[in-house]
Design a protein around this ligand. Structure first.
Ligand code: EPU
Length: 427
């Protein structure tokens, strides 16, 4: 595989100032498939993050016959009038996790879908059995052949679906298909993440009838038609949380603009426990970092619990906290790949199963490290900002999948992060 550039981070700089937070990645990657469900109509999606996962999805919609125009910064127009394919089989589909939303969108729109088994970050097994169970409950046949998931139904009929695990992906995917089913679908034990609510709000603006998103019981009354509309994605809870942790890790004083403080409550609570000061405005949040963070215990949980996507950045800051922290990862069994890299920087962390025991050291030291996945990359950036000396992060393509120009945003706060291109890379 070709190398796609590195970050070189000068450690020890204090972050100060204010930056805007982009639209939510995990909302955007579901809003785009939802938009193609409009019958003979055009939707405009606003506040989308400029990240590789969104670009890949836009390419896929183009390959399927949809027309996507970049309207202005962060806004795209999706014209699905000529989108007639229910098959997403290209290599780009394999690259990303969220391509599974094409299954729900195609199934709702065409009553059939063929999508290559999704890829995404290597953080654990990541089955999609709950998505499949939901489609089957709606009356669809599901088979997997040669790496392609094939779903088809004569008719989709509303059903009562209990999710055995709280799954963001399954909740949204079932919601997409159920919008065009006959009658009422009830999803029990549904995920409550802000982006589940965002996708439900968008679908409702398109004419769907979804009630209860944001609680663990969602009711969807199927409709005959969905129309295009204009909609703005919510701010990214995880990008905001990453910057909050970066501010706290550098004894910084950073104000984030365009956030929904309510979505950040679990992160705020933990940073306060660590000694940071937090000031909330209606759509801003200011983080003033402590001299040295206190050690804390942390367990990842579905929303409104502490998000798994911020466990890795949190492990980085805790590696230089005062005392012992225990971090329990309850969502994914393989989300500690960043720990070996943090150890190269001097961290004292022991991983046992789903638990990391972190004995805080005084200071990390810069080293050559490698990002194994998106949030591992974010963790290493935070570690690099805190460390003594320079840190070189390889495989930053993972970071570009989900963070919009992260180095530019952090540099505008006083960081010194250089993106170094290598000769043989695709520019
Ligand atoms: N699970 C099942 N069966 C299923 C679906 C999920 O067992 O059919 C399990 C998973 O293995 C996991 C748990 O349920 O243990 C939760 O998975 P979920 O379905 O909620 O995750 P996802 O939809 O695959 C999304 C985000 C992830 C984020 C999780 C949890 C997208 C594209 N991805 O994944 O984001 O970690 O929800 O909040 O929305 C990231 O942004 O770095 C990222 C990995």
């Amino acid at each position: 595989m070709k190398e796609l550039g590195k970050f070189i981070i000068e450690g020890g700089r204090v972050l100060k100032g204010s930056i805007p937070v982009s639209g939510a990645k995990n909302a955007a990657v579901a809003l785009i498939p939802a938009a193609i469900m409009a019958d003979n109509d055009i939707s405009t999606l606003d506040n989308l993050p400029d990240i590789n996962d969104v670009k890949v999805l836009i390419d896929i919609v183009g390959q399927l016959g949809g027309k996507v125009d970049i309207a202005e910064e962060g806004a795209i127009k999706i014209d699905s009038t000529k989108l007639s394919s229910y098959q997403a089989l290209s290599d780009s589909v394999k690259k990303m996790r969220a391509s599974y939303y094409l299954l729900g969108a195609f199934l709702g729109k065409f009553k059939k879908a063929e999508v290559i088994y999704p890829g995404g970050c290597n953080i654990g097994v990541r089955p999609i059995d709950q998505h499949i169970k939901g489609f089957q409950a709606l009356g669809a046949k599901v088979i997997t052949e040669h790496g392609v998931i094939k779903v088809s139904a004569e008719r989709l009929v509303g059903a009562q679906i209990y999710l055995d695990v709280v799954s963001v992906g399954a909740t949204i995917n079932i919601m997409l298909a159920a919008c065009r089913a006959e009658g009422i679908t009830v999803i029990e034990n549904a995920a409550k993440e802000p982006h589940v609510v965002d996708v439900a709000n968008f679908l409702n603006s398109m004419g769907a009838n979804i009630k209860g998103a944001g609680t663990d019981v969602i009711k969807i009354r199927g409709v005959e038609e969905l129309r295009g509309c204009t909609y703005s994605a919510i701010p990214d809870q995880i990008e905001a949380g990453t910057f909050m942790i970066a501010a706290a890790a550098t004894r910084g004083d950073v104000t984030l603009l365009n956030v929904i403080p309510k979505h950040l409550e679990s992160i705020t609570a933990k940073l306060v426990e660590m000694g940071a000061k937090i000031e909330e405005g209606p759509d801003t949040i200011r983080v003033i970092g402590p001299e040295r963070p206190n050690a804390i215990d942390l367990k990842t949980l579905p929303y409104p619990g502490f998000p798994t996507d911020l466990q890795q950045p949190m492990t980085a800051i805790l590696s230089a906290a005062k005392g012992r922290s225990i971090v329990t990862e309850s969502i994914y069994e393989g989300r500690f790949k960043h720990v070996d890299e943090l150890k190269r920087m001097g961290a004292n962390i022991k991983v046992e199963g789903r638990m990391a025991v972190i004995d805080g050291i005084l200071k990390l030291s810069g080293a050559k490290v490698c990002a194994s996945d998106l949030r591992a990359g974010a963790a290493l950036i935070i570690a690099g900002l805190m460390a003594d000396g320079d840190t070189e992060i390889d495989e930053i393509k993972h970071i570009d999948r989900g963070y919009e120009r992260i180095e530019e945003k952090l540099n505008s706060l006083g960081a010194n992060i250089k993106r170094v291109h290598t000769d043989d890379e695709e520019k």
